[in-house]
Design a binder for this molecule. Sequence first.
Ligand SMILES: Nc1ncnc2c1ncn2[C@@H]1O[C@H](COP(=O)(O)OP(=O)(O)O)[C@@H](O)[C@H]1O
Ligand SMILES: [Mg+2]
Length: 343
Amino acid sequence: MALEKSVLDRDKISMLLQTEYGLHFIDHKKLALGSANCYKVRCEEGDFFLKEYQSDFTMDRVDREADLVSYLRVRCFPVAGFVKTLNGGHAVLYEGHVVSVQDYVEGRTYLNDLPHTLLMKSAGYLGRLHTLLKDYPLETEMDYRWAESISSEAVARKFDALLVTLEEERSDPQYAKIREDLIFKKNLMACIDDWKQFFRGITFSATHGDYTACQLICGEDDIRAIIDFSSAGRLPVVWEIMRSYIQSGGVSRSDTKLDVEDLAAYVAEYMKYAPLSRRDLEAMPYLYLFQLTQSSYGYKEYLVTKTENREALLDFAFWRTGICREIYGRAKEISNVLTASMN
Ligand SMILES: Nc1ncnc2c1ncn2[C@@H]1O[C@H](COP(=O)(O)OP(=O)(O)O)[C@@H](O)[C@H]1O
Ligand SMILES: [Mg+2]
């Protein structure tokens, strides 16, 4: 669901495509997915994907994304190329929003229910991606310095503040469950200082940054394109691996049970294309937990900002906290199973 109301309509899209891209508009269709406002546009020249980014996106950011996409494209990695404007740009600014046009890729996008064969194939593409991007210059995120800068007390205070807000909602049917989750997360803050050491000695690579099923365009049994590199950064590769497995469909939305052997198979598929060290495999569950336990996403939207789709966001938050419980209880086992595969 788009987060902001679109500034575009049929006439504006037609005019923009004509004057900025020299494309001859026939018709358009608003796409259901995406937090941006996304359209399929049919032109005499072919079909295209038009994206009106949220207002906080800058031209610079989209330029960086387009540069990364063309770097991958010339290396035969399946991406959707950015169409250049008549002035040679990657995007245009229209009524305060950056707008880009990309090649349209026919296919299906899954939310969090990627069929298992495609899930395993997606691990292979992630491995290929990291091998191609290993030395690509992007800003480093989630490194040891960042981990060190996080104060467990400050995060605990954030959960305390939400618990105070929750007390004003005692009659809410979700009150008890939210309370239990926030207290669980707050208590986990006692562990995060111990987990910081896992940010040392691990592999970093430039990566997608939000590699999940909704960023894949799939055919029946193949992946046709990896899209939306707007969150790309230099990150711990194992964080992206574990997150992508869990969020794309490795763990079902109806429960939070992790099949460790299946995760190990996903990692093995990845390792056909990119190396991981023993240290990476050992650190994987702790890195993932470190980031996830601190997040108040969903609870904050439900209790404080009262976002329009707050019920759905709260459901997602419940699921993610369930994942935290599962990984927390089995972190050592996960490390052991993954590192055993190196013997
Ligand atoms: N090049 C493309 N061709 C066809 N469909 C696309 C293309 N890019 C994105 N989409 C569809 O639009 C949805 C939203 O696009 P995306 O770039 O991921 O936007 P957002 O940044 O809002 O997540 C995708 O999930 C996919 O279904
Ligand atoms: Mg997306």
